[in-house]
Design a binder for this molecule. Structure first.
Ligand code: FPP
Length: 240
């Protein structure tokens, strides 16, 4: 049974398997992403109902640009549709949208939709829904390191003064951006058991739950099962 008094504050999800779900049905890959968006909407709802503080999803990685033009532009169109169709419900449910990643290279209409979602939901105090868009863990760490190197080069910072906290602060999960911090739990669907450049710094002590379910088949009940698995884990953070 899920212990609703011990819901993790921050859960991150690698929504994998949309392409295989579509292939299994003889449908185009975009039909898989479309079905995946529906799963995402339901999981956001459940996370909010459970009182979770942060839900982070990997929607588009820095490597996903290698996919076909049709697929990439199709995902961005879905993003626009998502904002158009869901913004009202997100407002009603007090959900705040934020982005992890540099979304400036997205097409202008997609960027506009994202800006609107961020601005309209900025005052909401319920679930914080973080969407990783053009996100890569290494690029994120590199950005933080460059910033610190610039401060050091300007003479504002001695290398030995650099702390882990200073790196954490400069990531998208830091207080200056989304403030969601490290996830207690990372879920990956579709049977793949790797991180694919997601939250590399932040996952140091995260629990991982892998499920064979393809993302479009991932229901709120499956989501709760993953949290139940997490609740059975013994987290020691290197201690005893
Ligand atoms: C991974 O499945 C999924 C993605 C790269 C895209 C995720 C997008 C959504 C869930 C819907 C869109 C939502 C927003 C907010 C844009 P895959 O295509 O790698 O699946 P496969 O490994 O089976 O091919």
């Amino acid at each position: 049974m899920l212990d609703t008094n011990r819901i993790p504050e921050h859960v991150a999800v690698i929504m994998d398997g949309n392409g295989r779900w579509a292939k299994n049905r003889g449908l185009p890959r975009l039909a898989g992403h479309n079905a995946g968006m529906k799963s995402m909407i339901e999981v956001v709802r459940r996370a909010n109902d459970l009182g979770m503080k942060h839900l982070t999803v990997y929607a588009f990685s820095t490597e996903n640009w290698k996919r076909s033009v049709e697929e990439v532009s199709g995902i961005f169109k879905l993003l626009i549709r998502y904002v158009e169709s869901e913004l009202k419900e997100l407002m009603d449910n007090n959900v705040r949208i934020r982005i992890l990643g540099d979304y400036s290279p997205l097409p202008p209409d997609a960027r506009k939709a994202v800006d609107k979602a961020i601005a309209n939901t900025a005052g909401n105090t319920g679930l914080q829904f973080n969407i990783a868009l053009n996100y890569g863990g290494r690029a994120e760490i590199l950005r933080a390191v460059r910033e610190l190197a610039e401060e050091a080069a300007d003479g504002d910072l001695a290398p030995e003064e650099i702390t882990e906290e200073m790196i954490s602060e400069r990531l998208y999960t830091g207080a200056r951006e989304t403030g969601c911090g490290d996830p207690e739990l990372i879920i990956r669907t579709s049977g793949e058991e790797r991180l694919s450049n997601f939250l590399l710094w932040q996952c140091a002590y995260s629990e991982f739950v892998f499920t064979d379910v393809l993302w479009p088949d991932f229901s709120p009940e499956e989501f709760e099962k993953c949290i139940e698995k997490y609740q059975k884990r013994d987290r020691r953070f290197g201690g005893r």
